[in-house]
Ligand binder design. Structure first.
Ligand code: ATP
Ligand code: MG
Length: 173
């Protein structure tokens, strides 16, 4: 309930243009590893498999918003995949951008519903008894917009889902 209220408040704030964006220099590899360690404790029946190709230098991002983006993507990947499943989490940096990829082998998302996933309260028809409010991806999208980033989804029913988030390393240039 508290989580739901927090999520609604966050969406509200962002729609009023009042969601704060406070970028600071951040060690992305360390940030991701700490987040995984923290999340892995509460999901002993799933494995978060981490891979990072290189070190990302000079990243300027808002830590609070980045945490919203990555923790919501990881918790979705865990929630919508079977116990014992592996969630692959990868970070790749180019000279301009950080690319975060979260991949699961879970229930997948029907193609015709994929365009609606970022609407507040939208949930796909195949969620069955898995609980949720449909706000996570709406919050992710607002947080990505503030970073001038992009999100893409690839998914197939019964095969799995991959979300790819691309954020500029440093919007100031
Ligand atoms: P919550 O507000 O608690 O996050 P939620 O998980 O239902 O609830 P979103 O995170 O916004 O809401 O996701 C919206 C919908 O997108 C989900 O209800 C589900 O149908 C679909 N979805 C998102 N991620 C995945 C995934 N990894 N695998 C399958 N379906 C997904
Ligand atoms: Mg969610």
């Amino acid at each position: 309930m508290t989580q739901l209220l927090n999520d609604v408040l966050l969406i509200d704030q962002s729609e009023a243009g009042r969601l704060e964006f406070n970028p600071q220099e951040i060690d992305l590899n360390q940030f991701c590893r700490d987040l995984i360690d923290e999340m892995q404790i509460s999901v002993p029946n799933h494995k978060i498999a981490w891979n990072s190709e290189n070190n990302c230098l000079n990243a300027w991002m808002d830590e609070k918003l980045l945490r919203q983006i990555l923790s919501n993507l990881l918790s979705n990947a865990i929630k919508y995949s079977p116990l014992g499943g592996i969630v692959y989490f990868e970070l790749i940096c180019t000279s301009q951008s950080a690319i975060f990829r979260v991949q699961d082998a879970g229930i997948g998302i029907p193609l015709w519903e994929q365009a609606h996933l970022f609407d507040s309260f939208y949930r796909a028809t195949n969620v069955g008894t898995i609980s949720g409010t449909g706000l996570g991806l709406a919050i992710i999208l607002k947080s990505i917009d503030l970073h001038s980033g992009l999100i893409a989804v690839e998914s197939e029913i019964g095969v799995g889902t991959t979300f790819t988030v691309t954020l500029p390393l440093n919007q100031i240039g």
